[in-house]
Ligand binder design. Structure first.
Ligand SMILES: [Zn+2]
Ligand SMILES: [Zn+2]
Ligand SMILES: [Zn+2]
Length: 304
């Protein structure tokens, strides 16, 4: 299982429009952050590749071109805020290029099933409100994304041969219910998991127990990577700040921790230094190998 961070920035992205702060003017490529999204490559038992997108924000088109994305078999939506779903229209290209005309990738013949979007009930309702034409039989013109929305509360598999289990993890983002996603791959060496938990400022003990149970931590499983919302140093009403993200990570575990949804308030280097300075305050992090800010284009795998 391989995860590519398409975007790691907060809702404004970094640089912020009109801002002349040091981070927005930084020449470090790790300080250029698109809106949060991740692209995951899975393998089926018969060695076929499947590709999953977590969130599809307003920077999706540029992210898809940058990473040469050609296939999306499912979308996992954390919640229906603009920075996580307003790239949805650009899925229309995938309805075309994944259909059976490789010589004519932008043909108008849609002969693939709709791309499933898995999410929770409030987000499904908001999707239908924001994109009514996608759900209308009467929509004119053929060029819109072909999707189906699935309200998902239980673990499931997208591949017929099913070796990667996907579990929705309920979280709170202020008063909004959001969904973190846990992906657990069966390997010959035991289960290997990646947890992707944004946007949130509260994860219940039940949800933490669910992550541990589904990662099979007591049965030879490994939570190799934990990706978590870590907004900035200052507190915020709907996101973990850096210390809260460290505290939540210390409860969840994970061998490597990556902060995402970062602001322009700290540079990549400053964020890494802040984490290093404070991680010892959380004894539960002693066994964690690395805790770092993620960055756009970073690739992590369940094998390392
Ligand atoms: Zn967000
Ligand atoms: Zn700035
Ligand atoms: Zn949000």
């Amino acid at each position: 299982m391989k995860l590519t961070f398409l975007g790691t920035g907060t809702s404004h992205g970094v640089p912020v429009i009109g801002c002349d702060c040091e981070v927005c003017k930084s020449t470090d490529s790790k300080d250029k952050r698109g809106r949060c999204s991740a692209y995951i490559q899975l393998q089926t038992k018969d060695n076929k590749d499947k590709f999953i997108l977590i969130d599809i924000g307003p920077d999706f088109r540029a992210q898809a071109l940058r990473e040469n994305i050609r296939q999306i078999d499912a979308v996992l939506l954390t919640h229906a805020h603009a920075d996580h779903m307003f790239g949805l229209d650009d899925l229309r290209n995938f309805s075309c290029i994944m259909s059976n005309k490789p010589d004519n990738p932008l043909n108008e013949k849609y002969d693939k099933p709709p791309i499933p979007i898995y999410t929770n009930k409030p987000a499904a309702t908001m999707l239908r409100t924001c994109f009514p034409y996608l759900f209308s039989e009467k929509a004119e013109g053929g060029g819109h994304a072909k999707i189906s929305v699935i309200e998902q509360t239980q673990s499931f598999f997208i591949e017929e041969t099913g070796i990667t289990e996907i579990t929705p993890i309920p979280m709170k983002h202020g008063s909004l219910e959001t969904t973190g996603w846990l992906l657990t791959e069966k390997t010959s060496e035991g289960p290997r998991s990646i947890a992707y938990l944004t946007d949130c400022n509260f994860i219940s003990d039940e949800s933490i127990a669910l992550i541990k149970e589904k990662s099979r931590l007591s049965d030879g499983g490994r939570l190799v990577h934990l990706v978590i919302d870590g907004l900035r140093i200052k507190e915020h009403s709907t996101h973990f700040n850096f210390l809260q993200a460290l505290e939540a990570s210390s409860k969840i575990g994970g061998e490597n921790v990556w902060f995402t949804h970062l602001t322009h308030n700290s540079s990549h280097i400053q964020t890494a230094a802040y984490i290093e300075e404070h991680r010892a305050e959380f004894p539960g992090l002693a066994a964690v190998r690395s805790i770092l800010p993620a960055y756009d284009g970073l690739v992590i795998t369940s094998g390392s």
